[in-house]
Design a protein around this ligand. Structure first.
Ligand SMILES: [Zn+2]
Length: 506
């Protein structure tokens, strides 16, 4: 009976969402009202079962089923109401902030755990869906990648993302203006903007500005968080970015935090609202060793390395925050307009700015590690999607911008690949020729070279592994595509020339 589920959900909120006993009766009546029910069930609740629940999914599924079948709601209306209900049962935003701040006095880790667990328990972080994602690590001897097929988020193309920036006029009319605006807090939701009654956020001062911390609803790694600016304004990478990143890890040293670049193609999916991403996870590049050190005469308390990585990643290591920010800014300023024809790098031309940096920072004890990935988004007739973007032969695996998470070695691949992998297996098992492949599976068109490659050593016992390894190889090649200074003599000399020309030496 649905009335039993209401009692169970109230009990769930008592155990897992800090609902106080005196408020339980109140919210039970509110929920009965929301579902047009006249009185509660008197059947006792199985307390042990509810106490052991990790997520509320089964209870929400019951209520949704009821809304669809008895209340004549459609899918969207039912989902919106469920989020509203979970928002009602979650402590209100200021209570969460107070609790977070109190816990932070004991330890910032405890405070972060509190918000994370609350965000899972109130169904804001879609834990069940996240756990369904396919995740693996490559077995390359020196530079491993992490790969995840994301079964919970739609694919966006670079053209869609560019449109979002150019559409600033219509964005003005939207409310909330974007997915990262502060005004999402408590928003009811509609068919083009998700419900956010159950989001809870924590104010954080970064570089004397008001920013907010929240967890990602579809986290890509453990405690994946998003830190966003109070104002809706375009992504900018400048000296202030390094200050804000350092402020964040000073307050939350167990997390790394980084920013997407501020240009399309090399940035993330949201360029119109300043934000960072972070979490308690070492991304693959953070495990890499330096392959070269540049000794800076002018700054004795900092070390500058080139990392052994597929793209061009510099690492600054220092205990001195001021030096770290100064040197990072010198590299950024030097890079912005840098031109190197031999390496096809044009920082600026008639189309505008092309050079930028994807920065991220972590702390170990009192040492800062600041990673600067040099990026360029220039397109040419030969590379219409970007010289340093995934080249077209790899777009069947990934065509979205290569943002911070991928550039640092964690690939988030689209859900369609699961279906397409099964279709590829079918084509191989039936030994289809190109015509058969396209007739049966039109969107495997771009996979034909991959199918021919797999055909050469086809073995139905190892095919799953072979497909996975093929995907790994594509991810690796995409990262190599994004390297502005390639792993060649011309590339090595180019990087040395760039660093040698910076204002870091005397
Ligand atoms: Zn916004």
């Amino acid at each position: 009976m649905i009335e039993d589920t209401i009692n169970e959900l109230i009990t769930y909120a008592r155990f897992h969402l800090f609902l106080k006993e005196f408020d339980a009766l109140y919210f039970r009546n509110v929920l009965l009202g929301e579902l047009n029910l006249s009185k509660p069930s008197t059947t006792p609740v199985d307390l042990k079962k509810i106490q052991n629940m990790r997520v509320p999914d089964s209870l929400l599924a019951n209520i949704k089923e009821y809304l669809l079948t008895h209340e004549n709601k459609n899918e969207l209306e039912a989902n919106l109401l469920l989020t509203k209900i979970m928002g009602l049962l979650t402590p209100n935003p200021s209570t969460v902030v107070d609790r977070f701040n109190k816990l932070e006095v004991e330890s910032n880790r405890k405070a972060l755990d509190y918000l994370y667990n609350l965000s899972i328990k109130n169904n804001y972080v879609a834990k069940t869906q996240i756990d369904k994602n396919l995740v693996w690590v490559t077995d390359y001897p020196d530079k491993n990648l992490e790969v995840s097929i994301n079964l919970s988020k739609p694919e966006k193309s670079n053209k869609d993302i560019a449109k979002l920036i150019s559409k600033s006029v219509s964005t003005e009319e939207k409310y909330p203006k974007c997915l990262l605006c502060l005004e999402n807090l408590g928003f009811y939701g509609n068919d083009h903007h998700p419900a956010r009654e159950n989001i809870r956020i924590i104010p954080v001062k970064l570089g004397n500005e008001e920013w907010y911390l929240q967890y990602s609803p579809y986290g890509y790694f453990y405690m994946h968080c998003i830190v966003f600016a109070k104002e809706h304004s375009n992504m900018v990478i400048d000296r202030d970015t390094f200050v804000r990143l350092a402020d964040f890890v000073d307050r939350f040293p167990s997390f790394f935090v980084g920013s997407n670049a501020d240009l399309p193609i090399v940035g993330g999916s949201i360029l119109n609202h300043q934000h960072f991403q972070g979490g308690e996870h070492l991304l693959p590049v953070m495990k890499q060793k330096p392959i070269k050190e540049y000794i800076l005469n002018k700054y004795k308390d900092i070390r500058l390395y080139k990392l052994d990585w597929y793209n061009t990643c510099l690492l600054l290591e220092s205990k001195n925050r001021e030096t770290l920010i100064t040197v990072a800014n010198q590299i950024l300023v030097g890079w912005r307009n840098y031109k190197d024809e031999l390496n096809q790098i044009y920082g600026f031309d008639v189309d505008g700015r092309h050079n930028t940096i994807t920065p991220s920072i972590r702390k170990d004890g009192d040492t800062y590690y600041l990673y600067l990935i040099l990026r360029n988004n220039k397109c040419t007739p030969h590379y219409p999607d970007g010289i340093f973007h995934a080249h077209s032969e790899y777009h069947m695996i990934k065509k979205e911008g290569i943002g911070i998470i991928e550039a640092m070695g964690l690939f988030i691949l689209p859900a369609r690949l699961v279906r397409q992998a099964n279709e590829i297996k079918d084509c191989l098992a039936k030994d289809y020729n190109d015509t058969n492949i396209i007739q049966n599976y039109p969107d495997l068109d771009a996979f034909i070279p991959m199918i021919h490659d797999l055909e050469k050593k086809y073995d139905k016992n190892t095919i799953d592994k072979d497909i996975r390894e093929y995907i790994n190889g594509v991810c690796k090649n995409i990262l190599i595509n994004t390297a502005v200074f390639k792993d060649t003599d011309v590339g090595h000399m180019g990087l040395d020339r760039f660093i040698g020309g910076l204002n870091l030496w005397f």
